[in-house]
Design a protein around this ligand. Sequence first.
Ligand code: SF4
Length: 458
Amino acid sequence: MATATKKEFLFKSELKVNDFEHKRKISHAISKYNSAVADGKKQFANLEAARKISKNKKWEAIEKLDEKLLEFENKFSAKGGNVIWAETIEEAQQSILDICKKHQCKTVVKSKSMVTEEIHLNKFLEQNAIQSIETDLGEYIQQLDNEAPYHIVTPAMHKSKEDIARLFYKKLNTEANLSPEELTLVARKKLRSKYTKAQIGITGGNFLVADVGGVCLTENEGNARLTTAFPPVHIAVVGIEKMIPSINDLNLFWPLLSTYGTGQKQTVYNSIFTGPKQINEIDGPEEMYVILLDNGRTKLISDPKLRESAYCIRCGSCLNVCPVYKNIGGHTYNTTYSGPIGSVISPHLDNYDEQNHLSHASSLCGSCTDACPVKINIHGMLHYNRSLAKSNSTTDKNEKWAWRLWQLSMRKRSLVDLGSAAVKNKVVHKLFGDTWSKNRTDLKFGKTFKQLYKESKK
Ligand code: SF4
């Protein structure tokens, strides 16, 4: 099973690497991102200090996660909110379905959320005859095209404005070749009435704030505010690792997330939800639920070498600098979270046997670690994941044999010298011809060190 999935990954990677149109679109999007981020970073008087402090804050939240989660629950419940603990995807799905049934819900509106992708919510709701409408423009485009998000921040990054115009023409009967402004107006018109008709609004959460019992949302389009303002019920699905200790920490996390996510100094709309509508308040839902999702996170956090991965604020910066991601694209990973951080966490949150090969989807160049606002040692964890995959014996059989032979011969000079260069080249070609040498110059043996040394003595 693992081998088939790895083979599929390699096959799709090769296709994408040779897709120059894909490369052109991604390079264009990332070059715009790069110049915006360089500008955004200027707002920090001392960026390194900001990164270190944010890492310390996440360290504090994750080290005391058990206490912080309870603190969050107490504060949120005190304001009339409901907290649901979901250990698995199925538990989260069932809780949402129960709420939908209670409210005889036939339509939900959703704002952008990767964790709802993780629990396959749209598909699940559809199977239960509930329509789920994505309201973030990028997610709306992806839903129209029946595709998963391509990137954790910019879901339709791989589509040009012409691609989107063609999609709207095909699916929504618009005129062909609409401009981005016209396309946005079409989506806006289609979506407006949905907010008022939906019985439930579903969001994710960028942060959970322990000391006020709040769920924070940050967005540019205002769709999350509409999703949470009109429907009488709001469900926020949030991974437990999104915790930060205090509302005061948002001073740092909001600008860091916006700068590293899109290059903005501050995202346009930033909201904190601490419960349903209170007496004397005119806006907001009558009922609010927060589903705290584990789905493998406690296991991940319990490994000291992987714990840092829970500091991730999902800014997408490590994806944008990764030479592998830029070449193979987001869909090739076939996981909810792609790119370097996705390769670290996905095997532990999803299917280990099918996804542990992803730790090899990295050159270990360390660009991801350098680009991370919370200074997560991403490439170190990819390296660690490789060693885990090896000790879990899921490594390809040929590769295992090759490394064993290499190890054996490197330890013994007589073995290194054994056989002529021609024989060694034949063996190496047999072992690595389909893998290492496929896209590289053949590995070639020449004279041994001993031979060269002898010759030099003469
Ligand atoms: S690992 Fe760091 S760079 Fe990557 S998405 Fe998370 S916070 Fe951003």
